[in-house]
Write a protein that binds this ligand. Sequence first.
Ligand code: NAD
Ligand code: TYD
Length: 350
Amino acid sequence: MTILVTGGAGFIGANFVIDWIAAGGEPVLNYDKLTYAGNLENLASLKGNNRHVFEQGDIGNFEHVRKVLAQHQPRAVLNFAAESHVDRSIASPGAFIDTNIVGTYRLLEAVRAYAGELSAADKAAFRFLHVSTDEVYGSLDAKAPAFTEEHPYQPNSPYSASKAASDHLVRAYHHTYGLPVVTTNCSNNYGPYQFPEKLIPLMIHNALVGKPLPVYGDGQNVRDWLYVGDHCTAIRAVLERGALGETYNVGGWNEMKNIDVVHTLCDILDAEKPKDVSYRKQITFVTDRPGHDRRYAIDARKIDKDIGWKPKETFETGIRKTVRWYLDNQSWVKNVTSGAYRDWVTAQYK
Ligand code: NAD
Ligand code: TYD
C-alpha cells in the first residue's frame, strides 16, 4: 500500500512526508509541480529512502495524475498542493485560480476515475483528504466566537476565495459522486521549511540580515498559530478516523496579535544571537495589505471530541524550536532567498 501526497515539497507537505515516514507509515508518492514554493532540499533527509518516491507534476494535468494513480495504486490521496500566499494572490490571482480551483477540479476528476475502478472493499477504504485553511471563513470581530465548522464561508482574498472554491468542489464530489472525502481547515502554521515570504520566517530572516521588519498596518491583526508538526498529526488523525464528507477545524488555541509575534521573535533572537541593540529596533510599520482580514480564530473542539486530537506544542515551545531551526539552517535560507525570491521582495516591499 502507498499514499499519494500532492504538494509534498512545500512547507507543510514536506513536514508531513518526513513525519509520516519517520512514524513508519506506508511508502509515499510525492507529487509536486515544484513552483517557487516547492523545494526538493526540504526532503534531503529522505535521500536514498526507498519509501519516498518523488514525481514532478501538476495536479491540473489530468492525464498525468491518472497515470500516476494507476501506477502506484494509493489507498489515499492527500491534497496539500496549492498557491498559498495571500500577498501573491493580491498581486497576481491567476495562478491561484489555475491551481487551487481548476487544478483541484482536475485532480478530483482523476481521483474519481481511479476510485471508480477500485474493488468495493478498496473503494470503501480509500480516502481523498483535502488540506484547507481557516481563511475561507473570512474575518472575525475582536469579541466574536472562534470559527466552528458551521461558520459561513466568507472569503476575502483571492487566495481564500480560491481555497473556498476548492473546498466546495471537494464537498460536491462527495455529495454527487460518493467520493470518500474528508477536509481539514487549519489556522496559520509555523515551523521548519516555511518559505520566508510568510510572517514568521520573513521576520527571522530580515532580523538576521539587518533588514527592516515590515509590520502591516497597526500590527493588531490576530492570527491563531499552530506548530506545523501538530498540523501533521491532525491530518494523520483525520485520515484514519475522520468521518466521510466531514470537515474538521484544526487550531492551536493560540491567538496572537502580529506585533506580539514579532516582539516574541525579537526577544528570542536577542537571547540566542545577541547584538549591540535589540532586534526590536528593526520593526517598521508599513502600508497595510489591501482587504487585510482582522482576526482569525479556530474552535478546535470537534476534532478533539470526535477524533481525540490535541496540539502538543505550546507557542512558547514551538516558536523556540522554529527560531533554533532557522539559526541552524542558514544555508537552506540562503538557497531559497536567492533568485526569484529577491524579485518578489523587491516588488512587494518597495
Ligand atoms: P507552500 O506554498 O509552502 O507549498 C505548496 C506546494 O504545492 C509547493 O511544493 C508547490 O510546488 C506545490 N504546488 C503548487 N502548485 C501545484 C500544482 N499545480 N501541482 C502540484 N503541486 C503544486 O504551502 P503550505 O504552506 O505548505 O500549504 C500547504 C497546504 O496547506 C495548502 O493547501 C494551504 O492552502 C494549506 N494551509 C496552509 C497554512 C499555512 O499556514 N501555511 C494553513 C492552513 C492551510
Ligand atoms: P502571512 O504569514 O502572510 O499569513 P496569512 O496572511 O495567510 O495569515 O501573514 C500573517 C499575518 O502577518 C497577516 O496578518 C499579515 C501579516 N504580515 C505582516 O505584517 N508583514 C509581512 O511582511 C507579512 C508577510 C505578513
